[in-house]
Design a protein around this ligand. Structure first.
Ligand code: KG4
Ligand code: ZN
Length: 329
């Protein structure tokens, strides 16, 4: 069965075509460069970029996969959460396609889709239960997943999301935007000086705004003493990265312990972080097993949306409330 997926929740316009769980094409165009000078995603710019590029992205996916749209059996698109204008572009494009091709349509939650990334291309078999961890630019969510139709949220960020703090710190420290990839590239091997940073935590909820403020103040204080040099910057940012990775790892271990679950599935943009991936892998010795998104499917992408859409439709018989036949949304 062929599934077409569309994802436009933020700044990536993405279209994928899958044969069952095999990714035949996953074409993604980011409007990131247009947001750079603002140090964050501007919804209006993202929406306009989706509108401009979506036809081209879908036809490129069609060509790359070698599967004509007429052969598609199921159409899926992210319907939440995300920037509303951006979502509307992808969602309505997908609905129009569904109507024109007379094929079923299914709306997919893109956070749940992040958790499907490790299962693409049949790399792993879907078995339950597992602890689902989504770490992205907008979310730091922990789910108890007993089946993919209703992951249960057991923890979330209390303020800034993890990726958001990477981005804000990088802008403040003059490293550019987006911060995650640049900090990952520059500081994964940096030696860590202990600045005693902390991330707030209550239950399985995490808070990252405190560490963000601490980094901003520390830089300001060192600048006043003329002591904010290259070495200090390395120490501060690598300490930040270490503290964040440790807080996420600790929360996962505590939740796994409480719910007696040994399998952990991790997705979202920050899951690509090399330092975090290494720290998590070390915990496998303690009896946990980690399925971490392949780096190419960690960030927002339509392949994971189509993969989860196909799973819900085919394995669980889910039919979307947003189905056109049921009157749209
Ligand atoms: O999942 P995603 O593509 O979009 C959202 O749903 O938000 O995540 C984007 C976030 C950004 O904050 C970006 O800085 C972060 O993921 N990110 C990373 C890395 N690659 C992307 N953070 C840390 N290390 C990385 N390698
Ligand atoms: Zn995302």
């Amino acid at each position: 069965m062929y599934t077409l997926g569309i994802e436009t929740s933020c700044d990536e316009t993405s279209c994928a075509i899958l044969k069952d769980y095999r990714v035949l094409a996953n074409i993604t165009l980011s409007s990131l460069r247009e947001h750079k000078k603002y140090g964050g995603v501007i919804p209006e710019i993202a929406t306009r970029a989706h509108l401009k590029n979506i036809d081209k992205i879908v036809s490129t996916a069609e060509k790359k996969s070698g599967v004509s749209l007429k052969k598609i059996n199921l159409i899926t698109a992210t319907y939440r959460p995300g920037l509303i204008g951006a979502l509307v572009v992808g969602l309505n494009f997908a609905k129009a396609l569904s109507l024109a091709l007379r094929k079923p349509f299914l709306g997919v939650d893109h956070l749940h889709a992040h958790l499907f990334a490790p299962f693409l291309n049949n790399k792993n078999t879907v078995t339950f239960p597992f602890l689902g961890v989504v770490i992205s630019g907008g979310h730091t969510d922990l789910y108890l997943v007993e089946d993919f139709s209703k992951p249960r949220l057991i923890g979330r960020t209390k303020d800034d999301a993890c990726g958001e703090v990477y981005d804000k710190i990088a802008v403040h420290y003059g490293l550019g935007y987006p911060g995650g990839p640049v900090i990952d590239r520059l500081y994964q091997h940096a030696c860590r000086e202990d600045f005693n940073f902390k991330c707030g935590k209550s239950g399985f909820d995490l808070s990252f705004s405190g560490i963000k403020t601490a980094l901003i103040y520390k830089k300001r204080d060192l600048e006043k003493e003329n002591a904010f040099n290259h070495k200090a910057k390395i120490g501060l940012i690598s300490s930040f990265q270490h503290t964040v990775a440790q807080a996420i790892t600790k929360t996962i271990i505590e939740a796994a312990d409480k719910y007696k679950i040994s399998k952990v599935v991790i997705g979202g943009g920050v899951a690509a972080n090399t330092y975090l991936r290494k720290m998590l892998k070390k915990k496998e010795d303690e009896g946990l097993s980690f399925l971490i998104s392949p780096k190419e499917y960690s960030g927002d992408n339509a392949a994971a949306v189509a993969g989860l859409g196909f799973y819900l439709y085919n394995t669980l018989g889910v039919r979307s409330r947003l189905n056109l036949e049921a009157g749209g949304s």
